[in-house]
Design a protein around this ligand. Sequence first.
Ligand code: SAM
Length: 350
Amino acid sequence: MNTSAIDIFCGIGGLSYGLKKAGISVAAGLDIDKSCKYPYEKNVQAEFISRDVSNLRGKEIIGRYWSTDVSKILAGCAPCQPFSTHSNKIKDKTQTRRWRLIHEFKRLVRETNPHIVTMENVPNLANQEIFEDFVAFLELSEYYVTYSNVYCPDYGIPQKRRRLVLLASKYGKISLLHKTHSKGEYVTLRQAIKHLPPVEAGEECKSDLLHRTSKLSPINLQRIKASKPNGTWLDWSEDLQLECHKKETGRTYNAVYGRMAWDEPSPTITTQFYNYGTGRFGHPTQNRALTMREAAILQTFPEDFVFYESKKDILLKRLSAYIGNAVPVKLAVVIGESILNHLEVHNDRS
Ligand SMILES: C[S@@+](CC[C@H](N)C(=O)[O-])C[C@H]1O[C@@H](n2cnc3c(N)ncnc32)[C@H](O)[C@@H]1O
């Protein structure tokens, strides 16, 4: 069965790349950040539409990409910051600009009437009214809808990321493929990145320009040297502790300034993985945070994925945002294979 996917909020294409790898034909990706164009088109080999999704009308998609008889797939992963747990405290979330992007997703479903819809986001989105509204709209529009909280190690991804994955189909019941790994079989940090050459904080690896991370200040270098895998800042001597740690409330901040452990999957890769102070991003044995290459591998980007056009584009902050924001490629493959499996079953029945 011929397929045609449009990926809204495509970034550099973690989702598109995985869908394509699974065997889905990706027609185009759309993102407001035009710097994603080069890596998206280079890796996905599909058109990049540099636009705000709010300005895209359904008839543009239908006219340009979906005029033929194919199974039409609308895929997307809206920015997740409004729904992450730490932003729960924002009082009037409906006022945040990004909040309405889920409504834009819904509008595009209404205007394009795809056969399949898939959406990926943080699990906390499932607790929000806006998500209930989205699901109710899909059901009213005669889609079969399923969604689940996916633990990435269950699919062989070496990272403890949890993601909400929604699948909806006009053809019939649809679900995500079964887990491929269980506890005890999870791919570990050691298996994923141990083969890479050692680098110092701030050093450029000559054989791989992506294998680089941020410099550490002298005090942070002392702190990481005193950190143990899976330990906390409580392992440090008092002179290394931060003032905020010494307060009663600070004693609970134990997920920052941490080192990872070799024999388990990594913690969730955020856009801040290059910053030792923002999470458990310290390398298990080297005195530095994760490099871009390591984070890309943990997000299951293949080693030949092209992240930049020329050396001047290797900007730590920008590339780390591309990597940390992406749908892990392997999860996108699972989503793509689940869709193809569903289409095959449906075809056999009709
Ligand atoms: C979570 S990231 C998507 C990651 C991507 N799916 C991947 O797998 O690599 C969200 C993306 O939404 C884009 N974005 C934010 N606001 C947007 C808007 N109004 N219109 C289009 N794209 C937008 C951001 O630039 C960012 O690339």
